[in-house]
Design a protein around this ligand. Structure first.
Ligand code: IDP
Ligand code: MG
Length: 141
């Protein structure tokens, strides 16, 4: 079953010029891009997107970071895209991420960790709808 997930190239990776390399890695890993937009989050959007983390000590810093510059938001499609993309991203903390993962190769630290990926079908559906209307998804094939 084809599945879709939300990917964000975060402001640290955008700032240091890694966007192209990350997209290249995603395409070579077998993901099709079915929607994409470059945008810059407002503080309110960053807080809404990460609302699940609002009680965490890093919430203020995380949301300030997420609106500190542009992001590239994409919907990726593949067989088991959600879990496969999580594996391609690597662990939240790049110091713990496996060799060859996006976070190992492109992240700055545990907060500024280069990429976001949905963690389950429900969150993927919510996160895709947060950024894209159905009209913005490209029909493949
Ligand atoms: P995930 O992005 O790997 O799913 P989550 O636990 O959902 O990780 O956390 C969301 C984001 O919050 C992380 O990607 C990272 O940017 C930030 N974050 C998570 N844990 C910490 C922390 O302990 N310190 C600072 N930032 C953190
Ligand atoms: Mg998460």
């Amino acid at each position: 079953m084809k599945e879709r997930t939300l990917s964000i190239v975060k402001p640290d990776a955008m700032k240091n010029g890694s966007m192209g390399a990350i997209i290249d890695r995603l395409q070579k890993s077998g993901f099709s891009i079915v929607a994409a937009k470059m945008t810059r989050l407002s503080k309110a959007q960053a807080e809404a997107f990460y609302a699940v983390h609002k009680e965490r000590p890093f919430f203020k810093s995380l949301t300030e970071f997420m609106c500190s510059g542009p992001v590239m938001v994409m919907i990726l499609e593949a067989e088991e895209a959600i879990s496969r993309y999580r594996a391609v991203m690597g662990a939240t903390n790049p110091a713990e991420a496996e060799a060859g993962t996006l976070r190992k190769d492109f992240a700055t630290d545990k907060e500024k960790n280069a990429v976001h990926g949905s963690d389950a079908p429900e969150t993927a559906a919510y996160e895709m709808g947060f950024f894209f209307t159905p009209y913005e998804l490209i029909a493949l094939g």
